[in-house]
Design a binder for this molecule. Structure first.
Ligand SMILES: [Mg+2]
Length: 416
């Protein structure tokens, strides 16, 4: 039987903000796009803000009602990446078998480290202490024989806690939890399961196997095994090429349809920045972009562009997406607006040694981009505008954008 840890940095963005500005310690902090105008959505929150009921992705207006004293800060994406890499470096000192689940959490197979004298709890405790001492961040850790149970374990008690889910205690700890606690159980799956009187993880685990085989599809059968903790201990190492995602993307459903190229370009810029941040955090490059639009009449149109060069900068993603936008939809020439925009990065690759010469160039571009971002952050987004953007009449004044209604979108991950 394997021993797997699931480590999750507590309130990652907000905790890094507290490190950058210690005066925020023990205060309710909300990381959001537009602190000055009290607009936009909650990207992350500190423990104190969480205790007031603030939730990620809700609008700032709602969050501020729950927590009027919250201190609002802008995201420092470049610094989050630095901390994420330091966190993974610590994890790699325990095992090479690590599966990333976002920039601030991962599974670690520590089977080889466990012995009579060194129990898994001691190893988890040491890892947690190292992250605290070396980075100033706290983690919650779940320990189990299955990935699903380890993940539930890291969520079970937070912050700065360790929960062991063992063969002996898993039925009492896991089985009473609602079925949607399991990864990948969305609304439609939940409704299907409810029809079989499955409301908790235990209900699913205790279903007769013949019912599962007869009525469930492949996803349902996988879920059944996960609920039982069976066949769920293979770490898909981030070093293994076959485990790279086919694509990585983000999309947003707009609170109001948009009708102009200028408005669409603002959304595309925000999505490009966020996707670039995710690619950089995982050391990924991509060499294609797919843009998908959902129109006012719910029709979905998309187009992709594949190139010879790989990239991860927000500039490149934005540039190609805008090009695709102009090719697939004539915004000015239609009475239909855009309801949702999604950008997928295609042909994801890990950055490797063969790309070094290219990387020099990339590094320069990315450094430039980071510096531009820092200047904008410090002096205001409207203080530095690219010549090309002015020529194309693309308004990059983010502060202005976020005042407008449509910007209160919910960004969702659409990796597959
Ligand atoms: Mg986390």
């Amino acid at each position: 039987m394997k021993t797997i840890l699931h480590c999750d940095i507590n309130n990652f963005f907000a905790s890094v903000e507290v490190i950058l500005n210690p005066e925020l310690t023990n205060k309710p902090v909300i990381v959001c796009g537009d602190p000055e105008n009290r607009n936009g959505i909650v990207l992350a929150k500190s423990q104190k803000a969480k205790e007031c009921g603030v939730k990620t992705a809700e609008t700032l207006a709602i969050a501020m009602k729950k927590c009027p004293d919250a201190i609002l800060v802008k995201p420092s994406y470049a610094t989050y990446i630095t901390y994420s890499k330091k966190f993974f470096n610590i994890c790699f000192q325990y095992s090479n078998l690590i599966e990333s689940f976002g920039i601030d959490e991962c599974w670690i197979d520590i089977t080889h480290l466990v012995s009579k004298n060194k129990k898994e709890y001691i190893i988890a405790k040491e890892l947690s202490r190292r992250v605290k001492n070396e980075l100033g961040l706290t983690v919650s850790i779940g320990i189990s024989f299955s990935k699903t149970f380890a993940k539930i374990g890291s969520d079970y008690k937070k912050p700065n806690c360790i929960t062991e889910i063992t063969v002996d205690n898993h039925q009492s700890l896991i089985y009473p939890l609602p079925i949607e606690t399991l990864l990948n159980v969305g609304c439609s799956m939940k409704n299907v399961l409810h029809k079989f009187n499955v409301f908790t993880i235990g209900d699913l685990a205790n279903l007769p196997e013949e019912i599962v085989v007869k009525h469930f599809n492949k996803n349902g059968q996988d879920l059944y095994l996960k609920a039982k903790g069976i066949n769920d201990d293979t770490i898909e190492s981030i070093f293994d090429k076959k485990n790279l995602p086919k694509s990585l993307g983000n999309g947003c459903t707009l609170s109001e349809d948009i009708f102009t190229y200028s408005d669409a370009s603002k959304i595309i810029l925000a999505l490009s920045q966020y996707i670039s941040f995710r690619l950089k955090a995982k050391n990924f490059l991509a060499n294609g972009v797919k843009l998908t639009l959902k129109l006012s009449n719910l029709k979905v149109i998309s187009k992709q562009s594949l190139g010879n060069n790989s990239f991860n900068s927000a500039d490149s993603i934005k540039f190609i997406s805008l090009e695709l936008l102009s090719q697939i939809y004539n915004l000015g020439g239609s009475s239909l607006g855009i309801k949702a925009i999604t950008i997928h990065m295609l042909n994801i690759q890990s950055i490797n040694i063969n790309q070094l010469s290219f990387l020099e160039n990339l590094k320069f571009l990315n450094n430039l981009e980071t510096k531009v971002f820092d200047i904008k952050k410090k002096h205001g987004y409207d203080k530095l505008i690219r010549g090309t953007d002015m020529e194309n009449n693309i308004n990059l004044k983010l502060q202005k954008i976020e005042k407008e209604k449509f910007f209160s979108f919910q960004v969702f991950d659409v990796d597959f």
